[in-house]
Design a protein around this ligand. Structure first.
Ligand code: DAV
Length: 371
């Protein structure tokens, strides 16, 4: 085996698929605000997601793993922890962890490097431990693999703007979007913070979204850590920016899927066009909203997993998205996956590519604006 993946589209050989077991509605913490009274989790309460939901999600995750294996792709699975346990560092205690479904949030493969993200929620500080047995086995099996971890964050109160959620939720939607675009979000710049799922990989170019989980210092850290890459800070007109993979989704060289509800900056659009990339607005999702107990949006419809530049896995009920990708020349593999959403995302969130064929290429030879 080998660890090697440079982009989101080259032929997939080896992947991790997450597990739903033990996933929690997190206890309150500065970064996380949950108020789901109708579903049994009013503000301030926390606990495991219901067993029937967990079973349904695991059934879809297992079926997805079998689809990938049926195409000759090696699939590994993480080892769930007892996520209901309280955790602590010398500086804080948190009554529960979260889960191990969205592997994409925690780890990123960049060439032969497997990098553990800082994360920015206290409930997700220890989540890398669910993946360590796999990472250790890869390190033993592949002598060329580089194993890296970003600086472990302190996540003290100094990392969060005090009272952020109450003030932010009271604002009208346009003002929330304006604040997100200005970068006035949850996180301070006290320390580098990023979730791996805010990174979209296009060979030499990495597009990293500033979000509720990723601050400027986190993007600076990535830029300094990856000197052979161009690391771009990007922002979208999204009141709740959390991971780039339902907003700006590279599908193959020259084609990116974009969520029209979350406008891109003119400079980013110009840069893609100047390099002969087509920016396509994703089809309208089938749902008006994400399912109950999900912190994600209905735009998980575009959270697709590309198997090779001509083949893509799409959620099975998202017929408009399936038709659009078919018309763009893809063979579409429909995968039922909406029961997984409450556990942290869609097909891209749930996976982490360990090996795709190919090497680092420069798909953006023309430099424009600040790119
Ligand atoms: O925009 O609905 C999707 C990605 C979550 N990991 C959203 C979040």
């Amino acid at each position: 085996m080998k660890v090697s993946s440079w982009n989101e589209w080259d032929p997939l050989k080896h992947v991790i698929v997450g597990r739903a077991d033990g996933t929690m509605v997190q206890a309150p913490e500065p970064a996380v605000f949950r108020d789901w009274p109708r579903e049994g989790f009013p503000r301030g309460t926390y606990g495991p997601l219901p067993a029937d939901m967990t079973d349904a999600a695991n059934a879809q995750l297992d079926a997805f793993a079998r689809v990938l294996e049926g195409r000759g792709i090696r699939v590994d699975r993480p080892r769930p922890l007892d996520f209901g346990r309280p955790v602590a560092t010398p500086e804080w205690t948190q009554p529960s962890m979260f889960g191990a479904m969205p592997v994409r949030d925690v780890l990123v493969t960049i060439g032969n490097e497997l990098l553990e993200a800082t994360m920015s929620f206290r409930s997700r500080w220890f989540e890398y431990l669910a993946h360590r047995p796999l990472i250790e086995s890869y390190f033993r099996a592949d002598p060329a693999m580089r194993w890296e971890a970003a600086p472990k964050p302190r996540l003290t109160d100094a990392s969060y703007h005090e009272g952020f959620w109450d003030a932010y939720d009271a604002l009208p939607p346009e003002e929330r979007v304006a604040r997100a675009v200005r970068g006035e979000l949850l996180l301070t710049e006290a320390e580098p913070l990023f979730d791996a799922a805010d990174i979209a990989r296009c060979g030499k170019d990495l597009f990293v979204q500033r979000s509720l989980a990723t601050n400027r210092a986190g993007i600076r850290w990535l830029r300094q850590h990856l000197p052979q890459h161009r690391v771009h800070e990007v922002v979208f007109g999204n009141a709740h920016p959390m991971h780039i993979d339902a907003t700006w989704v590279p599908l193959r060289p020259g084609l990116v899927l974009h969520c029209a509800e979350r406008p891109a900056e003119a400079e980013l659009l110009d840069h893609f066009k100047a390099n002969d990339w087509q920016v396509v607005q994703a089809a309208e999702p089938r749902r008006a909203a994400a399912p109950p107990l999900s912190a994600c949006s209905r735009w998980l419809s575009m959270n697709v997993l590309v198997l090779d530049p001509g083949t893509v896995c799409v959620e099975a009920s998202e017929t408009a998205q399936i038709e659009q990708l078919g018309a763009l020349g893809f063979e579409v593999v429909p995968v039922p996956f909406w029961d997984v959403a409450p556990f942290g995302g869609g097909l891209h969130c749930a996976t982490l590519d360990i090996h795709r064929e190919g090497g680092m290429e420069d798909w953006f030879p023309r430099r424009t604006g600040s790119f």
